[in-house]
Design a protein around this ligand. Sequence first.
Ligand SMILES: CC(C)(COP(=O)(O)OP(=O)(O)OC[C@H]1O[C@@H](n2cnc3c(N)ncnc32)[C@H](O)[C@@H]1OP(=O)(O)O)[C@@H](O)C(=O)NCCC(=O)NCCS
Length: 205
Amino acid sequence: MRGVQDDTGEVQLRRARSDDADAVARMLDEGLADKFRPAFGRRSLDAVRAFVRADIRAQPERRIVAEAGGGIRGTASLTISGDPPPALLGPVRREVGLTVATRAFLVLSALGVRRMAPGDAFIEELAVATDARRQGIGRRLVERCEHDARRAGCRRLCLNVTSDNASARALYESCGLSVSDRESWFLRRMLFGSPASLLMRKRLA
Ligand SMILES: CC(C)(COP(=O)(O)OP(=O)(O)OC[C@H]1O[C@@H](n2cnc3c(N)ncnc32)[C@H](O)[C@@H]1OP(=O)(O)O)[C@@H](O)C(=O)NCCC(=O)NCCS
């Protein structure tokens, strides 16, 4: 099992449970709107809720939440090379229909391919509630992911970030990740309005 309970300070980090799915989905739909809205349109929240529910049910160890005052204030997901790929198309299709789901997965594929090598751990779907930002929650989530990746014996911590996401880039750089690759596609710029996708990495061992 990956991860340990971290209960220092007022914000507690723990693994996501099924009853967190709605709060996590709302946070991702809002925080990562530039990714999910172009893909799912006005069904974005429904689609995100469907895949978050399915993901927590199938692989609860992947997703971490930050809880404070009885509410979810942040979330992140960590995939380790060798983990089974999440089977998300089915739940999303049942929620929003085949046409929207198929179009969305095609659109999302323009974000770039998550290239994982053996020994890699990939942080995805990191978001902090708007009114809880700049309080150190994002940093604790990244540090928790790094901790879990080290415990799993991973050699690199990796993630993708859009080049114009200044706050996220500053967070990752302050956690020791650095840019190792850059992709800039016309289709990506058209769909998501972002200049490029950056691959950031940190060597763990
Ligand atoms: C990016 C995000 C997760 C940061 O979460 P956060 O809890 O506000 O970050 P922290 O408070 O832990 O900040 C840690 C460090 O990151 C940097 N940072 C975070 N937000 C910043 C901002 N808006 N401007 C400049 N630097 C910032 C700072 O170095 C900060 O340290 P400091 O506060 O001591 O100066 C949050 O802004 C968010 O949810 N954004 C929307 C979703 C998103 O973009 N996710 C990343 C997808 S790749």
